[in-house]
Design a protein around this ligand. Structure first.
Ligand code: SF4
Length: 532
């Protein structure tokens, strides 16, 4: 095999759309090209051994924020044991700041930006000569109808067991400065008839879970409507074999035609990832994010009340000039809209993003290692940021997991951010850990917490003596622990009932892969465990 395309995915359930695009566009070189995917956490020497067994002349690596550290090690080993192999890098992590990165220093060539046509041409030049003299090659952007679709390169196993990523457009017209898509000037759609034909083929091959990676699915409403109609036709034609689709939406653009279509979808068929990031207009202006907050909130409320779509909404902590009070107000506003999940993200300084222009003015300090998370700024010191990082982790365990949904209203009360921050601080003080906390143990801890809260409240209202904290705690503990087991079971049953079998199968695979990945993270973190 002359050319191997390789990457490390974050989970087994993830498939690399980028490598499949490259394979689809290799032209004459395609018969001598092969994909090799691994999952982060794998031993670097094992990856090198497997790659060398294929006897490649050239290896192209897809480099991303989640795998750059491990790929740096793998490239270092390859350069020691097989320096004759040409190493070509591509992907967002190596498309910017190319003079500063260890992995780039070791590689032979780098393709920045779009690789669909530039990478095959570079491979041809390397293998057939004359060898290019330049190390860095800026990827050319071909016309969208010149890019071969990658979907035929999902294997039967991929379709049966892993996430099928699809793409109706690339790019984004907006300029949010924390986002790599801020560098795009606009969005470019793929020819829609051709794409729908590809989706139909995937469907015929058994794909039932489609995840669109478009940055803004609801930009071109006519295209959005036709794609939604594709799924509605499948759902109506084969109601016993349902299909599921995931899209990213901008929240303040839901014309009536789109709303009409969305209302036709049954439960378990649609999932939306929606970026709010911040409700603070000054912060939005500072990071060049255009968002009509009133419309965004009205649309979120409408989606929650008038559709069956599962809503996953993003907020970012650590944006320049946003202090804890402002973030808390935004969190409470969003919590009141009751999306199914709030993704509480911490700002990251992605390579190439314009957010760095605020570094000095707002005292922004970032971790120098991936994922380049913010450590402090002039509104939030390091300790505050650490508390928010833990809040985000516990929020995932307690709220987003859905395991304790019966208790969430009691936990959040009328001040969701403040109350959950207090719980988060308490959980950390009592466990010294944010990982390796089993659901059963978390249920017991929540029971103790809730009991203490109700004792405090009773003491406030009635004075002392009604019940001892220990008695109340014991009762609440056993009740919440039992309830958490019951609610987890009921939630899973509801989830399974609402989702198509393909999604349920996918979810179970993802859970397994996720727990494997978490295990690796835990080993690295060497978290201290304290018995509850
Ligand atoms: S955050 Fe979303 S809307 Fe903003 S630039 Fe990125 S992809 Fe576009």
């Amino acid at each position: 095999m002359s050319i191997v395309l390789c990457t490390l995915n974050a989970r087994y359930s993830h498939t690399s759309l980028g490598l499949r695009y490259l394979l689809a566009n290799m032209g004459d070189l395609q018969p001598q090209t092969q994909i090799q995917e691994f999952v982060i956490g794998v031993r670097a020497a094992d990856v090198v051994e497997k790659l060398l067994a294929l006897q490649p002349r050239l290896i192209g690596f897809g480099v991303y924020i989640w795998n750059v550290e491990e790929l740096t090690h793998i490239v270092a080993l390859l350069k020691r044991v097989a320096p004759e192999i040409t190493i070509v890098l591509g992907g967002p992590e190596v498309s910017h700041e190319t003079t500063e990165q260890r992995i780039i220093a070791m590689a032979d060539y780098v393709v920045t930006g779009w690789g669909d046509t530039t990478f095959p041409r570079l491979c041809s030049d390397i293998l057939n000569g004359p060898k290019p003299l330049m190390k860095i090659h800026a990827g050319e952007q071909p016309a969208m109808d010149q890019i071969a679709f990658p979907y035929a390169y999902y294997s039967t196993e991929d379709i049966a067991q892993r996430t099928v990523y699809v793409e109706a457009s690339r790019g984004c017209p907006f300029k949010c400065e924390f986002c790599l898509s801020a560098l795009d000037k606009t969005a470019w759609p793929f020819p829609l008839d051709d794409l729908l034909s590809e989706l139909d083929t995937l469907y015929a091959r058994g794909a039932r879970v489609f995840k669109f990676v478009d940055r803004t699915f609801n930009l071109n409403i006519n295209n959005s409507l036709r794609i939604l109609q594709f799924f509605l036709d499948k759902l109506n034609g084969f109601p016993d074999d349902p299909v599921f689709a995931h899209f990213e939406l901008v929240p303040d653009h839901l014309p009536d035609a789109l709303k009409n279509s969305l209302q036709k979808f049954p439960p378990g068929a649609l999932q939306f990832e929606i970026g709010i990031q911040s409700f603070n207009p000054e912060v939005q202006a500072r990071i060049s994010r255009k968002q009509n907050n009133e419309k965004a909130m009205a649309n979120l409320r409408w989606l929650r009340e008038e559709t069956h779509a599962h809503l996953h909404v993003d907020l970012i902590a650590g944006l320049p000039g946003e202090d804890v009070d402002s973030f808390a107000r935004g969190f409470d506003q969003l919590a009141a809209l009751q999306p199914h999940e709030i993704q509480f993200g911490i700002l990251k300084r992605l390579r190439g993003t314009p957010i760095i222009r605020h570094t000095q003015a707002y005292g922004m300090v970032f971790d120098p290692l991936p994922p380049y998370q913010i450590l402090a700024n002039d509104c939030m010191d390091f300790n505050t940021m650490q508390r928010l990082v833990r809040f985000a982790r516990y929020w995932d365990l307690v709220a987003n997991s859905g395991r304790f949904s019966e208790h969430l209203p009691e936990i959040l009360g009328d001040a969701p951010f403040a109350r959950f921050l207090a719980l988060s601080d308490w959980l950390y003080a009592n466990t010294d850990a944010t990982h390796r906390i089993s659901p059963e143990r978390l249920g017991r801890l929540l029971g103790i917490w809730l009991a203490a809260q109700s004792v405090d409240s009773a003491e406030d209202q009635e004075g002392q003596g009604a019940r001892t904290p220990e008695t109340a705690s014991d009762e609440k503990l056993s009740s919440a622990s039992e309830k958490s087991k019951m609610s987890a079971t009921r939630r899973q049953q509801r989830h399974q009932a609402a989702l198509p079998s393909a999604v349920a199968r996918q979810a179970s695979i993802s859970d397994r892969a996720s727990s494997l990945s978490e295990d690796n993270g835990r080993v690295r973190a060497r978290s201290k465990i304290i018995s509850a």
